[in-house]
Design a binder for this molecule. Sequence first.
Ligand SMILES: Nc1nc2c(ncn2[C@@H]2O[C@H](COP(=O)(O)OP(=O)(O)OP(=O)(O)O)[C@@H](O)[C@H]2O)c(=O)[nH]1
Ligand SMILES: [Mg+2]
Length: 611
Amino acid sequence: MSAPQGACAFFSIFSLFMDIRNIAIIAHVDHGKTTLTDALLRQTGAAQEGVSMDSNTLEQERGITIYAKNASCFYKGVKINIVDTPGHADFGSEVERVLRSIDCVLLVVDAQEGPMPQTRFVLKKSLELGHKPIVVINKIDKPAADIDRTHDQVFDLFAELGATNEQLDFPTILAIGREGIAKLRREDDSKDLSPLLDLILEKVAPAGGNVEAPLRAQPFNLAYDNYLGRLGIVRVYDGTLRVGDTVFARHESKSSKAKITKLFTFEGLVRKETEVVSAGDIAMLAGLPDIFIGDTISSDEKAELLPSIAVDEPTIELFFLVNNSPFAGRDGKFVTSRQIRERLEKELEVNVGLRVAFDQGGGERFTVCGRGELHIAILLEQMRREGYEVQVSQPKVIEKVEDGVRLEPFEEVTIDVPSECQGVVIEKLGKRAVRLLSMEGEGARIRMILEGPTRGLFGYRSQFVIDTKGEGILATRVIGFKPYAGVIDHRSVGSMISQTTGKVLAFSLANLQTRGMLYIPENIEVYEGQVIGNTSKGEEMTVNPTKGKQLTNMRASGTDEAIKLAPPHLLTIENGLEIMADDEYLEITPKAVRLRKQFLTEIERSKAKRK
Ligand SMILES: Nc1nc2c(ncn2[C@@H]2O[C@H](COP(=O)(O)OP(=O)(O)OP(=O)(O)O)[C@@H](O)[C@H]2O)c(=O)[nH]1
Ligand SMILES: [Mg+2]
């Protein structure tokens, strides 16, 4: 696959002197980062029509970015390396790492929503690192877009976050990312993104670095390849990386030596193999099996270390267990503890925010710690798609003790709701120890900022959707550990449990749906001890969902078909993690998500309770 000798030599010389700009696109979730990046790549010819940075199937289905990704394009002879970042708060630490390795950010803000919690978080991190952001007020085509208000809010946010005068003087550009249009002024008649590309060339400092100096590079992300093993995505600060060179990967307490076996740069959306990458550029390298985020990669073991990059601590934990439900092994390919263990070990190669304790529970149970429910749910979703079966316990927050004080993770909550919902939201969150900090807005919609323990927010999201009839926006972000907030009792519903194994019939469901909300449709199989719904009164209830109507004569048959059932509240991994109780497991297989009692029979359960 290597290029002919001549071409390679030309590329080497070319890359040594290339003018490079390194930027990241940051924003709150859904404000349009990926759409804008895709359009930039398309218009510069770096990517084809219809190809997206959200290349992972899960990303495409959910319409969110999960992994930060690198791409590049050429504009007016300059190479622009672009890192598209995820906007969801669970992946915030990934963004933070990226910010360390680029020179400027495009801060994308939705012209209707204005700055949201994650805007604040990523902007704060950028300002602290001394970046001078370019603000992109995006989605100006939305009917309720308000460019002036958004600009003012962004300015206030800069000021509040302690921006320097230079940072406060940020350039602003307006965009309709979806149509691939950017313009400096409202009245400009632009048909493409060239005003934005020109602004990038004008405002972002050339990557620089001394090509002649000894090598220093730093990984800010990891990737994995079945053939090449662990890959590091690095920014080259000084010197050049060359295939075949022996380099050191060092950290305060470690130093390992290995040979670079392969090198890639990013061209458009694809990685392109190369022999040499020089200062200023971003590369992916193979051959260093224990390369880690924040290491200094150098040719000289004594070279000064680059400032390290911190990886945020996990905030929640849960057990992953071998599936031992009565339906275990029905549709999974990988079901044993050894297989689950190997899969988790592989995940640890690249999933930087994840921690796993393998040595508890006699090898049948692993403690998995992550940055939030979505972080864990995505891993589970990926595993089930690969053919794994697993059971998980209810997520719990990770507590710690500092100077004798019990601490737990806290989150900032930003809520945007129709004003009539404000009361119920404050009341419900108040019961969960989440306190109102500020409120603004008049008329139809109110924006509130609240703060409370992660523990209090577990399971609240689905309640919020119901209370605001789907009209509310809720965004949360971990802000750190604070003193324990006391006992919170937030389970107002109980579980409806099947007392038998068999096929669920509409006739029984019709009765049961009057007692609570069902998680299952008719005509599927359930097992004894499976949780098939909740009970609105809050008590546990054991029921028989497999009972059919007693047939007394021929005419009565077929009446089941006339029964009208309300649509069930089907379980997904995410809502399952939210609603499950302490004595339950969520069973996840390639085809099903089931909730079950840890003890399947009533006798076992009452015995366990008495203990
Ligand atoms: N009206 C309007 N919608 C847009 C525009 N740009 C993007 N969108 C829509 O906004 C939604 C989110 O866009 P994405 O580009 O995936 O947002 P993102 O910031 O990458 O989201 P995350 O990566 O999940 O944080 C999609 O439905 C887009 O079609 C725009 O200029 N105008
Ligand atoms: Mg995205």
